[in-house]
Ligand binder design. Structure first.
Ligand SMILES: [Zn+2]
Length: 147
């Protein structure tokens, strides 16, 4: 699962916000094809889906993302059939290989959130991504640190 699961336009209260829901497989399709640029064939293989399915996921993901950007909607990432497969793959793959900014999977127990600005650390609360928290000392967004 991606660590960051909610994006919203700055300055708009959550209550008055429309949101688009991006499934985890749509997210993964965009991550592999648009961010890592590995090509649709390879991405489809990685996700164990056919190329037409991947292409459909990409299309709907891009549409949702552009809808959010252009119409000022929030983006929520959730669900999708791909979840279990992805977790299994991630475990076998080791840490940090070719991952972008959105790296960080699952909030296992014993994680630590660290402030990239001042180095303040605190234990991660299960199910609560570090990036959703602000450093109590300097207000920067926290990141997940490895122990
Ligand atoms: Zn700080």
């Amino acid at each position: 699962m991606p660590e960051v699961t909610y994006f919203k336009p700055a300055g708009v209260p959550l209550a008055g916000l429309n949101e688009v829901v991006l499934s985890v497989d749509e997210y993964e399709a965009v991550r592999l094809v648009d961010l890592e640029e590995i090509g649709q064939k390879k991405a489809g293989k990685k996700m164990k889906i056919s190329q037409p399915t991947l292409s459909r996921l990409l299309k709907s993901a891009r549409k949702k993302i552009s809808d959010a950007i252009i119409n000022g909607k929030a983006i929520k990432i959730q669900g999708g059939d791909y979840k279990l497969v992805q977790i299994r793959q991630t475990r076998g793959r080791g840490l940090g290989l070719g991952r972008g900014r959105m790296r960080g999977f699952g909030a296992g127990p014993g994680g630590v959130c660290k402030c990239p600005e001042c180095g303040y650390e605190e234990p991660q609360v299960r199910g609560q991504p570090c990036r959703s928290k602000k450093c109590p000392k300097c207000g920067a967004l926290m990141v997940r640190a490895l122990e």
